[in-house]
Design a protein around this ligand. Structure first.
Ligand code: SF4
Ligand code: SF4
Length: 448
């Protein structure tokens, strides 16, 4: 049992307390979701370069078969989520609203859907480089939402060393219970994944970080920790955005990642717990990632739950299958704080989709409140975990003074957590403005 002192220590400065909204799904065991009649697999689902198709239209593919190769190091391959026929290789809508190239697969109804296995990568036999290569070959990216290629994150620069690997099971985003269920139901995969990650990175110890609202998952993992004491479970305060990398490092290690820096600059690496579980599940069988666990919830969803869903499942099919109330309004991929509103129901579930949260039209309308001028209440300053001045940044954003925002007010340190918007009594869409401003700064930098 943690004392008050320990609870006070295990958090970061500032942050907010949005309602959790997790009670509808936290007790729902993971269920397998049916295949859609047509799967749409975008070739770019991760940070970096799109994958390159290695199958032809009309070809028959087996579940788990590689259907697209990585394009260089900052890229990952794609694997067939179902035994299927390649219908088209063509443009498809993406979450950003842009059309991007992808592979349409038509699952074969009579197939057993047994997944193809490849060359196993065994933790005791493989070298660090072999594990990192196997993680790339499995197409694994950060499943917490960032979709950053995991093998790139693990390959630390020469001279750097991560003394601590943090496994992120905080899941601070409202509504989402994916990581919670993975910790309860895939404990062996999580712990095996940690062994692979520790060997790949040479980390001296691992901390599994869990918010205090998931005590059952913490107890469950603690019962099976290795006896050598290199892996521990730490309980964190329930506070948003506790699961952000910099906040985790601050809360657990008391180290501050410098502005523009990375966790490795303070000898830490963070990997999402669902990513660790997939490493432990897939590598011993030489398999690639072609499905993932997702929380499907929100006031407009009838059959809320946690589902293992094929990558490429169209959002429209998903919502029709779980049933939605008459008139679905806004749908978030990820949670409502850091997730993105779906631009259309024709986009697909990708590797980075940790949840689908649907609101009714009525609720969506009610959330569209008028914006008022800044009253300089300072709530946003108290909320910002990066100690930025969102009020001042907001005023400059209106005037499109992007350079000043970046140079004088550390705009690029904003990681778009939305805490400032959440607390603003004037309903100023601060985080939306910061996203636009950051994109403008990046565009200007790449043009110069
Ligand atoms: S919370 Fe909103 S109203 Fe208050 S200072 Fe910040 S931007 Fe202004
Ligand atoms: S969105 Fe950016 S400015 Fe606003 S609270 Fe989060 S980090 Fe701070």
């Amino acid at each position: 049992m943690l004392g008050l002192d320990s609870l006070q220590r295990s958090t970061f400065r500032h942050g907010v307390h949005p309602p959790e909204w997790k009670e509808d799904t936290r007790g729902s065991p993971i269920r397998q979701f049916p295949f859609a009649p047509l799967l749409a697999i975008p070739l770019l689902q991760h940070a970096g370069r799109p994958a390159i198709p290695c199958v032809r239209e009309g070809e028959h593919v087996v579940r788990g078969q590689r259907i697209a190769d990585q394009d260089g190091d900052m890229s990952v391959p794609m694997h067939a989520p179902a035994t299927a026929v390649v219908k088209h290789i063509a443009a498809m809508p993406s979450i950003s609203g842009r059309m991007i190239e992808g592979i349409y697969l038509e699952p074969v109804p009579a197939s057993t859907q047994e997944a193809r296995e490849g060359e196993p990568c065994l933790v005791d036999a493989a070298s660090a480089d072999e594990i990192i290569a196997a993680i790339q070959n499995a197409g694994i990216v950060g499943l917490g939402g960032a979709a950053f290629p995991t093998h790139v994150k693990l390959r630390v620069r020469d001279g750097a060393h991560a003394d601590t690997l943090i496994i992120n099971g905080a899941e601070c985003e409202p509504y989402l219970t994916t990581d919670h269920r993975v910790m309860l139901e895939q404990r062996e995969d999580v712990l095996l994944g940690i062994r692979y990650l520790m060997k790949a990175t040479g980390a001296d110890r691992t901390i599994i970080a869990i918010e205090a609202n998931k005590g059952d998952a913490a107890d469950h993992l603690r019962e099976a920790l290795p006896a050598d004491g290199d892996v521990s479970v730490e309980i964190l305060q329930v506070k948003y955005p506790q699961g952000a990398e910099k906040m985790l490092i601050s809360a657990l290690l008391g180290r501050e990642v410098p502005s523009g820096g990375l966790p490795i600059d303070v000898r830490a690496l963070c990997v999402n717990v669902a990513t660790a579980a997939e490493i432990g599940r897939l590598l011993p069988h030489g398999r690639g990632i072609e499905e993932r666990v997702i929380t499907v919830t929100g006031p407009a969803v009838k059959n809320k739950g946690n589902y293992r869903i094929a990558i490429g499942t169209p959002l429209r099919f998903l919502l029709e299958s779980v049933g939605v109330e008459e008139g679905v309004g806004r749908v978030f991929l990820g949670g409502p704080m850091m997730g993105a509103a779906a631009s259309s129901l024709d986009i697909s579930i990708t590797k980075g989709t940790s949840g689908v949260v649907a609101f009714s039209e009525e609720e969506t309308r009610a959330s569209r409140v008028p914006e008022y001028p800044c009253i300089r209440c300072g709530y946003c300053l108290d909320a910002c975990p990066m100690q930025l001045n969102p009020s001042q940044l907001g005023l400059l954003a209106r005037k499109e003074e992007h350079d000043r925002m970046a140079e004088e007010f550390r705009l690029m340190d904003c990681f778009e957590c939305g805490s400032c918007s959440f607390v603003c009594p004037s309903h100023i869409p601060l985080v939306q403005r910061f996203r636009i401003a950051k994109a403008a700064v990046r565009k200007a930098a790449s043009a110069s």
